[in-house]
Design a protein around this ligand. Sequence first.
Ligand code: NA7
Length: 289
Amino acid sequence: MQPKVGLIGLGLMGSPMGRNLLKAGFPLTVWNRTRAKSEKLAAEGAAIAASPRDVAAASDVLITIVSDPPALEEILWGKEGALSALKKGSVYIDSSTVTPGLARRIAAACAERGADFLDAPVTGGTWGAEKGELVFMMGGEKEVLDRVEPVLQAVGKRFFLLGPNGAGQTVKLAMNMILALEVEALAEGLELVTRSGVPAERLIEVLQSSMGRAPVLDVKAPVIIKRDFTPSFPLRLMHKDMRLALELAKENGVELPAGAAAFAAYSAVKAAAQGDVDYAAIANYWRKN
Ligand code: NA7
């Protein structure tokens, strides 16, 4: 019999994940702070719960994907939070990007209720979420992952089990720090060549044939050249991830000199941004300062 799946958080990532769970035939119960987003999925077959608590009570496998640590704490420990209703023997998977410390705190709370927990942030963006081809970075037990893999197959294509609870979040924060640095470096290089009298496209042509080539640069170079910063991965979320990575570094006594400098540049662009923009808008650094 198909496990009953619960999903909390129907943002840019959660909504397409929900759609794919329904397409794969899982009975799905959802909750989102803004109800209109739940109603869209209800039209496709999902049941709407009245609270995060009610989603947990209805689920064998609970998935959450919300903005940041305060949002996650709210849906788990807030009024009518999900944790108090987790079923014994159920599995809870959190795909928000938060801190490894919070992931471990959640794992302990799940264990108290006889439920298992996987921290499972994702990469692949909205495109990967829509195609059901997300890549999961996971912390937890292999036996637990094996139990829920049929559910995760509906939304993802690769599942990296990286260590105990918290390991998924650790790798995700490091990875997004690297992506932020790559795109910041690209923006710097483009600014340097264009302000020195060489068209941006010439640098890109050469980059494409060099060891400096990277898929993220393939995607973000045209965005920067066209200056179309419609969010694909919003700057506000990348900024949050860099902040969390720097917090983790501090906790562990690790210096991240380039990360700290890039964070200051992203912060300046975020403060000056009007509305939601993609993190490639780091290229606006030279427009705003
Ligand atoms: P979005 O599209 O910004 O969606 C964020 C979701 O989080 C959305 O469902 C929000 O509900 C929900 N949210 C935000 N704050 C709260 C609070 N305080 N309480 C309950 N729910 C909340 O982000 P993405 O889908 O792109 O990304 C989600 C995560 O994956 C994030 O950690 C990324 O870094 C990776 P709303 O609809 O606004 O009411």
